[in-house]
Design a protein around this ligand. Structure first.
Ligand code: MG
Length: 398
């Protein structure tokens, strides 16, 4: 009660300056770090909606702290339990409709899409159709249906601002530049925990080995994707759509220190890079304040104590997921969706130590060989392919 009395006049003072935010995936790694950024700049944001899969304990605390208007819990039973626990005036919704309600809530300006997997596609599209600005952290959206999503964003004049550190870096390197002068986009990769392991040791790697990422603190799925380099493959596909560059112009370079977050080379061979310490709150803050720059309590690069910044080509033989992603993008049509769907299921199984590390690329390649890619026109067609490949993989590894 006291909190409300204090908050109310503040809201009136700030009025329309407040950016109104909804977060899809608020209890995950990106979601909680986005709330850290918002907490550090309290006077600038208001949380309208939060959505999570099932973690109602964390959601309950977030509701207490940020007073959202609408909260979605994907799992219905969990939504009901949360409803019983909360005595505040907040609308609690569930299922895919719940995600839509948070993604399209009328007053929201920016939707942070940080759910994991292809489930992010539909609510992101709904938000685009309601002309929301998308702070895009769900890479699967552009991987499975990049062409369609970008077309819709153009049609509805919805901005997409990347949150992924590499794409945020490229986006920052492009400010004030004419995109037609790009000669190359160079995505940097940390190389993951297995960068220096020999293949016969990687072969026996377990989930807990893959989860020991050397530089970035991220969710489980993306951390495994970093260890296979599939994460970089998905980012190549994402970059192709986000920045409208052809496949031949997107390179990957391994940079173990994760200080250079990516680079753009222009037609005069000048390279512009964006640097910073590896902390996801930096690209999140950039996306939320864009086009403004804002002070930050995130650490700075200490150049005097940086021993070295090194760069090397990725080992495509040790990490076959990366060439598979390039191949899927080259084939195009529904193939990137097959690559992504297969990978999602395989990573789930690897996390439970049910399959080996190299089973991930092995079964992805099998799925890509079986699938006959076609030109899709609707989201339903793409979601059908996603469903097909996930079932196909489950049957295949049973
Ligand atoms: Mg990244």
């Amino acid at each position: 009660m006291i909190k409300r009395a204090v908050l109310q006049p503040l809201l009136i003072i700030w009025g329309d300056d407040l950016k109104k935010i909804s977060i899809l995936g608020s209890t995950g790694s990106i979601g909680t770090q986005a709330l850290d950024v918002i907490r550090a700049h309290r006077g600038r944001f208001r949380i309208i909606g939060l959505a999570a899969l099932r973690n109602i304990d964390v959601l309950e605390k977030q509701i207490e702290e940020f007073n959202p208007e609408v909260v979605a819990v994907f799992e219905k039973e969990k939504a009901e339990i949360l409803s019983d626990r909360i005595d505040k005036k907040v609308k609690i919704v569930s299922g895919i409709e719940g995600l839509f309600a948070v993604a399209t809530s009328e007053v929201t300006d920016i939707v942070i899409t940080s759910v994991v997997g292809s489930i992010g596609l539909l609510p992101t599209l709904e938000a685009i159709r309601c002309k929301k600005t998308i702070a895009l952290a769900n890479k699967e959206t552009l991987v499975v249906a990049g062409e369609l999503v970008i077309k819709e964003a153009e049609k509805y004049d919805a901005k997409i601002i990347p949150v992924d550190s590499e794409h945020s870096a490229i986006f920052q390197c492009l400010q004030g530049e004419d995109p037609k002068n790009i000669s190359r986009i160079i995505l940097t990769a940390s190389g993951g925990p297995f960068r220096d392991w020999p293949r016969n040791r990687i072969e026996k790697a377990k989930a807990e080995d893959a989860l020991r990422h050397p530089t970035w603190n991220m969710g489980k799925k993306i951390t495994v994707d970093s260890s296979t380099l599939m994460n970089k493959g998905l980012e190549v596909i994402e970059a192709r759509w986000l920045f409208n560059v052809e496949l031949g112009k997107i390179d990957v370079v391994v940079h173990p220190q994760s200080i250079v977050h990516s680079m753009v080379e222009y037609k005069d061979n000048s390279v512009i890079s964006q640097m910073g310490i590896p902390d996801m709150r930096a690209p999140i803050q950039y996306a939320l304040f864009y086009p403004e720059r804002m002070e930050s309590n995130i650490g700075r690069v200490d150049f005097g104590n940086l021993e070295q910044l090194t760069f090397m080509l990725p080992d495509m033989e040790k990490f076959p997921c990366l060439p598979l992603a390039y191949e899927a993008l080259k084939i195009g049509k529904t193939m990137p969706c097959v690559l992504n769907g297969a990978n999602e299921v395989l990573v789930e199984h690897f996390l439970q130590n049910k399959i080996g590390f190299y089973d991930i690329p092995k079964y992805i390649e099998k799925a890509m060989t079986v699938h006959e890619p076609f030109t899709y026109k609707t989201v339903d067609e793409i979601l059908e392919v996603d469903k097909w490949v996930k079932n196909w993989i489950r049957n295949e590894i049973r």
